[in-house]
Ligand binder design. Structure first.
Ligand SMILES: Nc1ncnc2c1ncn2[C@@H]1O[C@H](COP(=O)(O)OP(=O)(O)OP(=O)(O)O)[C@@H](O)[C@H]1O
Length: 647
């Protein structure tokens, strides 16, 4: 199939039926395909005919210029003026060349002819210097613009990623957009460079075209004739690349994933003990070879296309020189004019070829920038609202009234009418089977998700109307997958309140509270030890040690509402008992503590225990009250765990 296409280089490229290697079928059940925005682009680009690309040019230029203007207006104007100046200098240079040639090919002694040509020669030298200065001005200003454009675009992207609702981050569609838009900033930068180069090409063509028209109008279409085959060749190669890219990128992506897995730390044990290494290596080779074959086919096709284009372009050049010869022979043009025309044809066609290549780049990059624009709009729509009813003080009571919450991609609600009251200075424990809704309940409590039904009242304020950032100020959360930041031990604790007062002793007190102070004294650089083994000087912590760091972070935050979701799962028995005692101490300080745990021994000291089942609270009470009920779920769960210890 590929063979046939190679032998027909002029055929319009079409989407190629993807080849799936045996390795991909075995490991992934088929092609490893993302559903990202940019995969869709590859098909969008296929619809691009050369004329469509030319039609799209003004829009692409306008988009880039707008981005650049927002980044640095002065630098943009400098680039614009420098480019126009260079084009003008080029045009005058060509016209002066005509004068020089006319003087040199004139009659009379050589010395006189040289003298006659001298003023024009000097003017050409001045123009060339002006052109060089303008070119360097343009380079400097573009160099100023490009990083600014990239930074502004990246900042906008990150700012929006930080500000969206948690529900957006958990939404697969939004995540995909977030992933594909990350290339937008780099593409915006690349567009600035391509745009400047395209402008340069346009002005260069205008200069050459203008001069040719002045010399003889018939020469202008000939210039177009020389450039057209090359333009067509560039477009054709680009289209073929887009058509095939999907195919080869898929194999490459799959091979990269497998090679990453082979070297990854997490798979190191199985790679060795289960001998998964040689097995994966074989599949890697299979995928890499399929990608290789696709690229070879592409390169072959490209060579044939470019040769064809060069042949047509060469024929058109011959025709142009023949026309020049005819004009010369019939006396409609003198030798000087013919020389200038030949020069103009060369400059013009070189500029045209370059322009086509830059328009291609502009188009390709603009697709990623478009993703960034889409993300911006979508993220602004899904941002956590700023403002709302202020919540300066933490209330004495938080009340859930018949709260219903459903994840957007789920049929069944995760919470189905939950009512409860949390009182300041108490420990409230949530227990229940996996998936019963405990973590969801705490997310609603913390203001991370808003209920779909019912209300959460913080004092007299409905959470749905409250200033959410005010709500967050009162909350500290340590969840099951709390972040193990690849930063120092110190930052890993103080990041609990990054802009808080770093008062002397505050860090040490928080560390001592959770037992993380031992790390502070035993790690090689104390609190300044980097907790990321992959970097030089970095240290590795065990799961339990990380949990003490997480708890220290929770303590450092000094929030009024403390939420600990499975805070002790990795702790040794002694550390676990200590940890539960310290959690109680937090309530004794007047904080409201919500504890989610499967460790029944740990929750028994809570003031109130709520048992969740399929999104509902089915039992509530103290440990003793719930144990006194002979058929309570709580009692059953507690006894099951106790039996494991034979008590
Ligand atoms: N981000 C999410 N998107 C969609 N569904 C979710 C999401 N998080 C949880 N769920 C679903 O909501 C239900 C309640 O989950 P939740 O995490 O609140 O349970 P849990 O009681 O904390 O469970 P576990 O004890 O296993 O931590 C489950 O059916 C779960 O699959």
């Amino acid at each position: 199939m590929g063979e046939r296409r190679t032998r027909r280089p002029l055929r319009r490229p079409r989407r190629i039926a993807p080849v799936v290697s045996a390795g991909e079928r075995e490991l992934f059940g088929g092609a490893l395909r993302y559903d990202f925005g940019w995969v869709k682009h590859e098909y969008a680009m296929l619809d691009l005919t050369p004329f469509a690309a030319v039609r799209a040019l003004p829009r692409l230029l306008a988009t880039t210029l707008r981005i650049a203007r927002d980044a640095d207006r002065r630098a943009l104007y400098t680039v614009g003026l420098a480019e126009v100046g260079q084009g003008t200098a080029q045009a005058f240079g060509l016209l002066l060349t005509n004068e020089i040639l006319a003087a040199l090919f004139g009659t009379g002694p050589a010395g006189d002819r040289l003298r006659a040509a001298l003023p024009a020669l000097l003017a050409v030298a001045v123009l060339a210097s002006v052109g060089a200065v303008l070119a360097s001005l343009s380079t400097a200003a573009t160099g100023r613009l490009e990083p600014k454009v990239e930074r502004l675009a990246t900042e906008g992207y990150l700012r929006r990623a930080v500000a969206v609702e948690l529900s957006a981050i958990e939404d697969g569609e939004f995540r995909k957009l977030l992933d594909s838009a990350q290339f937008g900033a780099l593409s915006a930068r690349a567009m600035v460079g391509a745009c400047v180069a395209a402008l340069n090409g346009i002005f260069g063509i205008l200069a050459a075209g203008g001069v040719l028209t002045v010399l003889h109008p018939a020469l202008l279409p000939l210039l177009v004739l020389i450039a057209l085959p090359r333009g067509w060749g560039a477009m054709h190669v680009a289209q073929r690349r887009y058509a095939s890219r999907m195919n080869w990128i898929e194999h490459e992506r799959a091979a990269r994933l497998v090679s990453g897995l082979i070297t990854e730390r997490g798979s190191a044990q199985e790679i060795r003990v289960h001998r998964a290494g040689p097995y994966l290596l074989d599949r890697y080779r299979d995928m890499a070879e399929t990608s290789e074959a696709e690229q070879t086919r592409l390169a072959h096709g490209r060579a044939v296309t470019e040769l064809t284009a060069a042949a047509f372009s060469g024929a058109a050049t011959l025709l142009t020189y023949a026309a020049l010869g005819a004009l010369l022979a019939t006396g409609r043009m003198d030798i000087a004019m013919a020389g200038t025309a030949a020069l103009a044809v060369r400059t013009g066609s070189a500029n045209l070829s370059a322009l086509i290549a830059h328009v291609n780049t502009l188009h390709e990059e603009s697709l990623y920038v478009r993703d960034l624009h889409r993300l911006t709009t979508e993220a602004d729509r899904r941002a956590i609202p700023v403002g709302g009813a202020p919540l300066p003080d933490f209330p004495g009571k938080i009340v859930f009234e018949d709260v219903v919450f459903r994840y957007p991609d789920r049929e069944e609600p995760a919470l189905r009418g939950v009512s409860l009251t949390l009182t300041a200075g108490t420990v409230v424990a949530l227990v229940g089977a996996n998936g019963s809704g405990k973590s969801t309940l705490v997310k609603v409590l913390a203001g991370l998700h808003l209920p779909d039904g019912g209300r959460v009242l913080w004092g007299g304020t409905d959470l749905a109307e409250a200033d959410r950032y005010d709500v967050f100020r009162h909350v500290a959360v340590l969840d099951q997958d709390f972040q193990r930041w690849p930063f120092t031990l110190r930052t890993n604790i103080t990041i609990g309140e990054p802009d808080g007062d770093p008062a002397p002793g505050r860090l040490e007190r928080a560390a001592a509270h959770s037992g993380a102070d031992r790390l502070g004294t035993t790690l090689p650089r104390g609190y300044d030890t980097l907790l990321a083994r992959q970097f030089r000087g970095g240290s590795e912590l065990s799961g339990g040690q990380w949990q003490t760091v997480g708890q220290a972070r929770l303590r450092y935050r000094e929030a009024s509402l403390v939420i600990a979701d499975e805070p002790t799962s990795a702790l040794d028995p002694e550390a676990e008992v200590d940890s539960f005692r310290r959690i109680r101490d937090l309530a004794a300080e007047g904080r409201t503590v919500v504890l989610v745990s499967h460790r029944m021994a740990g929750v028994q000291a809570a003031d109130v225990i709520h048992v969740l089942h399929e999104g509902r609270i089915v039992e509530s009470g103290s440990h003793q009250e719930l144990m006194d009920r002979p058929d309570s779920r709580y009692r059953r769960m507690y006894q099951l765990q106790a039996e494991q210890y034979g008590s």
